[in-house]
Design a protein around this ligand. Structure first.
Ligand code: CA
Ligand code: CA
Length: 459
């Protein structure tokens, strides 16, 4: 999608989702209350969450619409302070970032060290035709990221990198399918000492796979390695296909590993899964992917999240996929600028880069809507403002509470502005927006695309 164009050809993603949700809404009242998967505007896969400065940054892949293979050309970044309203930061890294890469923007992992964010990703090396691990680097968690090396960091045809920095400062990069490898990263995070070392895939360490002599353990791919209360964890995708999520623990970062069992059973309509585990704001969260969106499946996946509690001995309970997702941490403040692309759930809209930076919501048609969960209005809001643009004749923003057809507390009229990136601010009075409520921005107007929204704020 490009801004500044009059063409508003919607992605198939948006059309498929809208029509499917309209059908679902008839058949299953209340389905739109779901908050999992996290993102509905596009298909996302292979979550890699990172907690930084009190916010969760979520790095994902992007399954192209209607994909019938792992057709992936870019990575995406999202963030949230409350685990339910997620801000779209667009695509700050793609295959084009790595001049030596030809295809396969697959499952990566991002880690922070000394003022920089390092994003390790598997891509196909054009020169060799093999999968290799590249490193993107940025001073910002939302990028843009640049190629740190201009060549692969490591290359042995295997995938799924995951970085870990131990308490003593020693960093490791793990990766592999069908094997499990690591290197000791240097403090610069873009070079390593010694060679690539294989972690022995023993049945004691990674469980027993039956009926596959060449792969005797459950380990398949996607290691996620971290340390918690002195114990090292490796949470991984197990026993393709379909995969479940299993895990092992160890007294050190390179083992010896002991298999501990299932984290997430085979569920959710995608034959792969991919784990990301964090602690945030006193809670523990498990990220994964499934095929839960309309049109979803093994090549059109979506990232979702569940909250969980470790058992007292540090073991991980069995976690099931839900459509409700994690509970909200705190509330959202409507009296500061909030990006329109901060969304708990939506129907019918998509996002694109905004001319002034960040993203805007677009492809807005009559009856499309955005849900923002847990908005703390307090004693009441007197007015609502939105930054809008329209190359057509605009439309209306209906400010509603509790549902897309919930209580109407204000209506802002959006004029034509002469362009999809020609922005103006509209303000309208609101009445009855008090307490903490789910806010719905429902869009109304004639036929075709109505307007774009960059951000909004109550007064
Ligand atoms: Ca639409
Ligand atoms: Ca915005």
């Amino acid at each position: 999608m490009k801004f500044g164009t009059l063409s508003r050809a919607p992605g198939r993603r948006g059309l498929a989702l809208m029509s499917a949700l309209l059908c679902l809404a008839v058949l299953v009242p209340g389905v739109a209350r779901a908050d999992n998967p996290i993102v509905q505007t596009i298909y996302t896969a292979d979550p890699a969450p990172l907690v930084h400065n009190g916010r969760v940054y979520l790095y994902t892949g992007h399954d192209e619409d209607a994909s019938t293979y792992f057709t992936m050309r870019e990575w995406r970044v999202w963030s949230s302070a409350d685990m339910v309203n997620w801000t779209d930061h667009g695509s700050p890294m793609s295959l084009a970032t790595f001049s030596w890469a030809s295809a396969d923007a697959w499952a990566g992992h991002t880690i922070y060290r000394n003022g920089r964010f390092y994003w390790y990703v598997p891509v196909k090396n054009r020169a060799t035709g093999r999968m290799a691990i590249g490193v993107g680097v940025s001073e910002s968690p939302t990028g843009p990221f640049r190629d740190a090396l201009g060549r692969p960091l490591v290359e042995n045809g295997e995938i799924d990198p995951a970085a870990f920095i131990d308490d003593n400062g020693q960093a490791y990069l793990y990766w592999g399918n069908p094997n499990l490898w690591y290197v000791r990263l240097n403090a610069d995070m873009i070079s390593f000492s010694g060679g690539a070392t294989q972690i022995p895939l023993t049945t004691a360490g990674f469980g027993t796979r039956n009926g596959n002599a060449s792969r005797p353990t459950l380990y398949e791919e996607a290691p996620w390695v971290y340390k918690r209360n002195g114990l090292y964890y490796n949470v991984f995708a197990a026993e393709c296909c379909s995969e479940f999520i299993g895990y092992s623990t160890a007294p050190g970062p390179t083992g010896p590993w002991t298999y501990r069992g299932t984290v997430m059973p085979r569920q959710g309509g995608s034959f792969t899964n991919h784990a990301g585990v964090i602690d945030y704001n006193g809670g523990s969260y498990f990220f994964y992917h499934n095929g839960a969106l309309p049109g979803g499946g093994g090549f059109t996946r979506s990232v979702a999240v569940e909250k969980f509690n470790y058992n007292s001995d540090g073991t991980i309970p069995t976690i099931n996929m839900t459509t409700t997702g994690a509970p909200q941490v705190g509330t959202l403040n409507p009296y500061v600028r909030q990006e329109a692309e901060t969304i708990a759930w939506e129907t019918g809209v998509e996002t694109e880069p905004a001319s002034g930076g960040g993203m805007n919501v677009g492809w807005i048609e009559n009856a499309d809507w955005i849900k923002v969960k847990g908005v703390a209005f307090g004693n009441g809001a007197g007015s609502f403002s939105a930054r809008v643009a329209s190359a057509t004749s605009g439309g209306r923003v209906e400010v509603r509470l509790g549902g897309a057809n919930g209580t109407l507390v204000g209506t802002c009229t959006v004029p034509g502005t002469g362009g999809w990136q020609t922005w103006t601010t509209v303000t309208c009075p609101t009445s009855g927006a008090t307490g903490t409520q789910d806010l719905y921005l429902r869009f109304a107007g004639g036929s075709g695309y109505l307007f774009n929204i960059d951000w909004w704020q109550f007064q």
